[in-house]
Design a protein around this ligand. Structure first.
Ligand SMILES: Cc1cc2nc3c(=O)[nH]c(=O)nc-3n(C[C@H](O)[C@H](O)[C@H](O)COP(=O)(O)OP(=O)(O)OC[C@H]3O[C@@H](n4cnc5c(N)ncnc54)[C@H](O)[C@@H]3O)c2cc1C
Length: 297
């Protein structure tokens, strides 16, 4: 099913993001996460892709397994940086044959330690166009396509007016919805949503939520999601946890619960949980929200 149809059907869609494990303990943890979160019946789930193709087969296999074993609607992330158009077409054909209906089209980031390999694509808009033009999908309308949005702005384009032009061009190329980068201040999301509206971007916007689960994870996120702001209210609560692991996690869960509750009251189209392949924080947030447990008919 196309995500655009799922989003029309639901007041607020719920989705989970996983990364492909590399065997052993990480595979066991993912299975546990899938089992624990399955009672929440996500409207869809997504699986990350290593830019340049480093998880090409792992992403594909996890996507196919999640569809077959859990019966979920899985969305593979696909980054275009460093890929030729021929390589992308091979990947699209494989997903089409496996009955995958949607993709999240991304540019990806060049690896920090190596120069990026020459590829056919300069940005995600060009990937959206190739996916839209792809004729090898059995379903009418081909693949559904999502793209990334950055409520706090993408660090590569400090000119925020120009950035909205790039986002609009990406949506106009054929994206059905936007999934946002994580954020910790809902005002950034509301402002982004309003700026999209002013720019004539009418597709649904799904809010990306990542609870703080540890101080180390927060520091990694600050690095990876460059530019993410950590509001004083969150930092004060974390300081009161005094570095105690369980207390830090509790603060993260409470904070994200409040964020989600407010977003729901403000009519958000969807909540997308960056699970980090850990069941507890997302499960606890959903329990706190008393959203729904397998009650949909
Ligand atoms: C929901 C979500 C999921 C993600 N999943 C993954 C993943 O699985 N794997 C991974 O490696 N990364 C992932 N990322 C990270 C993402 O790949 C990076 O943040 C990347 O830097 C931006 O990707 P994009 O698709 O937004 O790129 P683009 O839309 O191409 O934008 C990238 C930058 O280029 C600028 N730009 C766009 N078009 C033009 C133009 N015509 N001229 C000049 N500048 C332009 C934009 O303003 C922006 O600054 C994810 C991010 C999000 C928000």
């Amino acid at each position: 099913m196309h995500i655009r149809d799922i989003l029309v059907r639901n007041e607020t869609a719920i989705s989970f993001e996983f990364f492909p494990p590399r065997g052993g303990e990480s595979s066991r943890r993912l299975s546990q996460t899938v089992a624990e979160l399955s009672v929440w019946e996500p409207d869809f789930v997504s699986v990350t892709y290593g830019a340049g193709g480093s998880t090409r087969n792992l992403t594909h296999d996890l996507v196919v397994n999640l569809k077959r074993d859990a019966g979920w609607e899985p969305i593979p992330h696909l980054t275009c940086i460093g890929h030729s158009e021929e390589e992308i077409l091979v990947i699209l054909r494989r997903y089409a044959e496996a009955g995958i209906s949607n993709l999240l089209a991304l540019r990806g980031d060049p690896p920090r330690d190596r120069g990026s390999r020459e590829g056919s694509f300069a940005n995600a808009r060009e990937l959206v166009r190739v996916i839209r033009d792809f004729r090898g999908h059995p379903a009418a309308g081909g693949f559904g396509v999502g793209v990334a949005g950055f409520p706090e702005g993408h660090p590569a384009t400090p000119n925020r007016l120009r950035e909205m032009d790039h986002l609009k061009a990406k949506v106009d190329a054929g994206a059905d919805y936007i999934c946002t980068q994580l954020f910790f201040d809902n005002r950034d999301f509301y402002d982004f949503r309003e700026r999209c509206e002013l720019a004539g971007i009418g597709v649904p916007i799904i809010a990306g939520i990542m609870p703080v689960v540890s101080i180390q994870q927060m520091q990694r996120v600050a690095d990876l999601a460059a530019g993410a702001r950590f509001p004083a209210r969150l930092l004060k609560s974390l300081a009161r946890a005094n570095g105690e692991a369980a207390a830090v996690e509790e603060v993260g869960i409470e904070y994200a619960t409040e964020q989600c509750a407010e977003l729901l009251s403000q009519g958000v189209s969807g909540l997308h949980f960056y699970t980090l392949n850990q069941p507890k924080p997302t499960r606890r947030i959903l329990e706190n929200l008393q959203l729904r447990v397998t009650t949909r008919g």
